[in-house]
Ligand binder design. Structure first.
Ligand SMILES: NC(=O)c1ccc[n+]([C@@H]2O[C@H](COP(=O)([O-])OP(=O)(O)OC[C@H]3O[C@@H](n4cnc5c(N)ncnc54)[C@H](O)[C@@H]3O)[C@@H](O)[C@H]2O)c1
Ligand SMILES: [Zn+2]
Length: 304
């Protein structure tokens, strides 16, 4: 039981780590809710990174057919992405985010001061999603967030950057909550990114944002190969990702392995990969299909 907000509230703690985003942890939270007699009017506050937001959101969204929860995200990734949009999920059978729901939180409370204690690596990794928001929706925002290294933004700039990212994501989700169309634009960089993230899991080589950064380069390259994106925009994107301090290559796998894994993605239909690509900085297109040869060339590019 924790005091400090004028009320005494029960608290449960989950161990950090993506490998803890699993059913056993959901059971721990459900048992906690049962033990402390949470009812349909109770509120669960999820304080932590995206892993806690996903786990707590899923536990609350399923307990007694759903009780209210609020997200209090404490990482860049969770402040600009995971806490917004109402997707909750846990990993299951070695598959990322395989079991989950669309359940909107009752609210999201963001305080960028929480970010001060993040490691540089986690902090910079979150900027991959910020850059993504610029790339799919807003060229001025892209220029603003890539004008300096992430560490160089002052407190006010950071608040503004986080707020604008939330707005971009919220607008997209509001237009298409269940991802039947526009919301797919948020998947830019994630088809290849998720595969690289999964492949790197054992060696722990990549954080989510780092995998997405490499995925964005591969998928921007595919956009060029399909004649959607100009070579000069591609060069800008690649240079920007490198300058931000994010990785741009993944020399530890093969085109075939990555392709095989991309084919099992849950966003696919009928065995086709549905790509979200760019036709300019600030303009995304979704449900694009591509020839095997182009896909292979785009993957090959980031393996060098
Ligand atoms: N639901 C969605 O729409 C959505 C979107 C993006 C990501 N996600 C999920 O979010 C997760 C990734 O989120 P993440 O990058 O925040 O990772 P995370 O929650 O695993 O946090 C990363 C690490 O930072 C620590 N941490 C958290 N806040 C801190 C702080 N203020 N200071 C110091 N350390 C802190 C955590 O304990 C952890 O060790 C993944 O599970 C991903 O699938 C979900
Ligand atoms: Zn992401």
């Amino acid at each position: 039981l924790e005091k400090g907000i004028g009320h005494t509230v029960p608290v449960t703690v989950v161990r950090a780590g993506e490998d803890q985003k699993k059913l056993e942890m959901v059971e721990q939270i459900w048992n906690f809710l049962i033990n402390f007699k949470f009812d349909r009017k109770s509120l669960l506050l999820n304080l932590g990174g995206g892993m806690v937001n996903d786990l707590g959101g899923f536990a609350a969204g399923t307990y007694k057919r759903g009780i209210d929860f609020m997200q209090i995200p404490t990482t860049v990734m969770s402040q600009v992405d995971a806490s917004i949009g109402g997707k909750t999920a846990i990993n299951y059978a070695n598959l990322k985010n395989m079991i989950g729901t669309f359940t909107q939180p009752a609210g999201v409370i963001i305080d960028t001061r929480a970010l001060k204690t993040m490691t540089e690596r986690e902090y910079v990794s979150g900027f991959a999603e910020i850059i993504k928001h610029g790339l799919i929706k807003n060229p001025e925002y892209f220029n603003q967030v890539t004008a300096k290294h992430p560490n160089e933004f002052n407190d006010e700039e950071l608040i503004q950057i986080v707020a604008e990212s939330c707005l971009i994501k919220a607008q997209i989700v509001q237009a298409d909550e269940q991802e039947s169309g526009l919301r797919k634009t948020l998947n830019f960089g994630h088809t290849i990114g998720h595969v690289l993230e999964a492949l790197s899991q054992e060696s722990d080589r990549l954080r989510h944002g780092e995998a997405v950064a490499i995925g964005m380069i591969a998928e921007a390259k595919l956009s060029v190969l399909l004649g959607l994106l100009s070579e000069s925009d591609f060069n800008t994107i690649e240079a920007t990702i490198i300058k931000t301090g994010l990785p741009s290559r993944y020399p530890y796998s093969s085109v075939q392995t990555i392709l095989d894994n991309a084919h099992t993605d849950k966003k696919n239909t009928d065995g086709h990969i549905n790509w979200t690509l760019l036709k300019g900085i600030g303009q995304a297109v979704y449900d694009v299909q591509a020839d095997d040869s182009h896909i292979r060339a785009a993957i090959q590019y980031v393996l060098q």
